[in-house]
Ligand binder design. Structure first.
Ligand code: HEC
Ligand code: HEC
Ligand code: HEC
Ligand code: HEC
Ligand code: HEC
Ligand code: HEC
Ligand code: HEC
Length: 461
């Protein structure tokens, strides 16, 4: 499977590159005027590693852009080879009978993790002065603009007193924006990633894995991003980035965790007085390993797919779908923090038989950043008095169990570059443990806070 995917990727990349060498030879297929001023990268410049490919740095000073090949319509037989996904109805259908779940759920990062691009879903700024991303290549920059309700990423290249540009529309937003967002666009039925992302801590930045100073509009988005960032989309079994746009259900929504609900909805509409639920999975009815596997579809780190990820149904074992890397670290393939393999190394998990992902997470509420609430979940099983820190710090420890025992770490897999800096999102390590260094940091922070004058304190003269 891995090898096949690799081959497909290599073929596509080679195709893209070949098309551009042809294009720059006779200029007949030039995209805008860009090929006068930028060099198109050779196929060897693309380094394919697993499902992700990266641009390697070329000679200094070279200006490089990659644009996707313009596919001829009718070149591929389309719909027939799409992998079908039956029985999904989307989260709006749940509202009539589960309004409380629905209303809480639409505030969560899962619900917001993909959206159609529009003014409210794109969090980066289009205001003058905030809408240009310079690169370290002189005369080579990106501009983000809004025109007649369309949102564009443009590459601008200065040459000989003129500016050349290539424009591309934002179509799909991935990422709730708690950490950041990456954008995708359609060229016909082919899905590509855009080179400029938005990161909460830094504004517009190069997309993860894109080196600064390149313009890559040709990175095909396989089902990869959308298997974790959407509920479902029907995509081609033969081409990584060919998908049927009409079938997308945006967001990671109810049916990814409860299974397709068409029969459930139909049954309960027809039998409003029926006792108990039919044709739907209650995760609590599963053994905890299978319950955690629901989350493990997207939160168990890197590996090689053994079966199409969208075919997973609650109750299945994730091991049948993915071959995971052996040694769980905080790293993973795309950028998952490996919450599942890290958690199950913890004594809390090994020495209790009840701990699962839902012990601490309510999937139907936005609890983001609520440190106190999460700490209260520790106390489902622990008394604060049993913590070795209690003797020194007393009840105060109940405000932040996780700061000391589940420290945040940089996600090294999701490096983003700006012209002068690098950025990483921070992620909680789910290996719950005693950690001297993070404990020291929390104690230092408390000490600093104690020195801050409080309202009502006497001000020193
Ligand atoms: C026409 C009404 C109706 C609709 C629409 C509906 N449900 Fe239900 N659902 C029920 C009833 C009735 C129950 C059983 C009583 C209860 O737990 O509230 C139930 C229970 C459930 C349960 C708990 C299962 C269990 O074993 O206890 C889940 C999970 C669930 N529904 C998910 C969904 C999802 C997801 C959707 C939307 C895709 C949905 N439901 C749409 C009526 C409905
Ligand atoms: C289909 C993929 C998928 C599944 C299944 C899934 N998640 Fe997620 N989860 C994501 C993605 C993607 C994000 C990032 C959302 C964002 O911020 O854009 C996320 C984010 C989260 C967050 C952070 C939310 C926040 O507001 O900080 C938690 C916690 C989480 N998931 C827990 C779970 C748990 C628990 C389960 C199982 C019950 C689960 N997830 C199942 C894909 C998934
Ligand atoms: C294996 C599942 C998986 C795949 C594949 C995946 N992601 Fe994610 N993504 C996640 C999870 C889980 C998170 C939440 C942070 C974490 O736990 O790593 C996330 C976080 C993000 C975020 C930050 C969201 C926020 O604001 O917190 C963005 C943006 C993003 N992913 C974009 C993408 C893009 C673009 C692709 C395809 C190139 C992709 N992801 C592929 C699982 C995945
Ligand atoms: C990320 C995975 C995930 C998503 C998305 C999700 N749920 Fe759940 N749901 C769970 C888990 C896990 C449980 C069992 C633990 C719990 O009750 O929190 C559950 C439990 C339930 C129950 C049973 C509660 C009970 O008291 O027995 C209902 C009903 C339900 N979900 C409906 C929904 C609806 C409706 C949506 C979408 C609007 C939804 N869920 C979205 C994971 C999810
Ligand atoms: C489902 C029950 C449960 C929950 C919830 C839980 N733990 Fe535990 N935890 C245990 C058990 C059981 C042990 C092993 C016996 C012991 O040390 O008390 C343990 C052990 C520990 C240890 C000792 C680890 C070591 O390596 O010696 C720490 C620290 C800890 N837990 C912190 C936490 C924190 C912080 C949380 C909340 C984020 C938490 N626990 C949530 C059950 C739980
Ligand atoms: C300021 C940092 C800090 C906070 C906050 C904190 N802990 Fe601890 N915890 C520690 C340290 C350090 C140890 C190890 C003490 C030792 O071995 O002397 C420890 C030990 C533990 C242990 C292992 C006890 C044993 O004897 O095996 C548990 C369980 C635990 N903590 C749970 C918690 C819970 C639950 C909370 C929140 C109510 C919490 N901790 C808050 C720093 C902290
Ligand atoms: C003992 C409690 C506990 C358990 C069990 C737990 N988590 Fe978490 N998780 C946390 C805390 C605390 C955070 C930080 C939340 C925040 O600050 O918003 C977190 C954050 C996350 C995030 C967001 C990424 C980040 O670092 O902010 C994801 C994704 C996640 N958890 C997934 C899972 C999955 C999947 C499982 C089951 C394998 C799981 N968690 C089990 C406590 C827990």
């Amino acid at each position: 499977m891995k090898f096949k995917t690799l081959l497909i990727l290599v073929a596509i990349i080679a195709g893209i590159a070949a098309a551009y060498f042809l294009a720059s030879d006779n200029n007949s297929r030039s995209v805008e005027n860009l090929d006068h001023v930028v060099k198109y990268i050779a196929p060897e410049g693309y380094n394919v590693t697993g499902q992700v490919h990266e641009l390697q740095t070329t000679e200094k000073g070279q200006r490089v852009a990659l644009l996707p090949r313009q596919f001829d319509t009718g070149e591929f037989t389309r719909k027939p080879d799409f992998a079908r996904q039956e029985g999904f109805v989307g989260p709006e259908s749940c509202k009539e009978c589960h309004a409380d779940y629905y209303n809480g759920f639409i505030e969560t990062a899962h619900y917001k993790t993909s959206a159609f691009a529009n003014k409210s879903s794109i969090l980066g700024s289009f205001e003058a002065g905030e809408n240009v991303m310079e690169t370290k290549q002189p005369g080579f920059r990106f501009e983000l603009t809004e025109k007649d309700g369309q949102f564009l990423q443009s590459l601008l290249v200065d040459d000989d007193g003129k500016t050349y540009s290539h424009n591309c529309q934002f179509d799909i937003v991935t990422g709730s924006g708690n950490a950041g967002q990456t954008y995708l666009y359609w060229q016909d039925d082919f899905l590509f990633q855009l080179p400029v992302s938005w990161f909460a801590k830094a504004g517009w930045v190069n997309s993860p894995g894109y080196p600064d100073g390149f313009a890559d509009f040709a990175r095909p988005v396989g089902a990869g991003c959308l298997t974790c960032h959407s509920t479902r989309i029907e995509y081609s079994k033969n081409r990584v980035n060919l998908a049927d746009k009409e079938t997308i259900i945006l967001g990671v929504t109810c049916e990814r965790c409860h299974g397709p609900a068409e029969s459930h909805v139909k049954f309960h509409r027809e039998n409003p007085d029926a006792d108990g639920a039919k044709f739907i999975t209650h995760p609590n009815d599963l053994p905890r390993e299978r319950m955690n596997d629901i989350c493990g579809q997207c939160h168990a780190g890197g590996g090689v797919n053994l079966k199409p990820p969208f075919d997973f149904r609650p109750g299945d074992s994730i091991e049948d779908f993915k071959h995971f890397k052996k040694e769980p670290t905080t790293g993973g393939s795309v950028h998952t923090a490996n919450q599942h393999p890290r958690l199950i190394k913890s004594k809390c998990y090994l020495e209790s038989d009840s701990m699962n992902c839902a012990t601490c997470h309510n999937p139907h509420r936005n609890e983001h950043g609520n440190v106190k609430l999460f700490s209260s979940r520790c106390m489902k099983c622990h008394e604060p008095e049993h913590c070795g820190q209690f003797a020194d710090s007393g009840q105060r420890i109940t405000s932040n169990c996780i700061g000391c025992h589940m420290p945040k770490q940089n996600d090294e897999n999701t490096k983003m570059e700006a012209a002068d800096k690098e950025f990483f999102p921070e992620i909680r390590d789910h290996f719950i443990r005693i950690e001297k260094e993070s404990s020291r940091e929390v104690l230092d922070e408390w000490a600093r806070n104690d020195q801050q004058p409080k309202p009502g304190d006497k001000q020193p003269k």
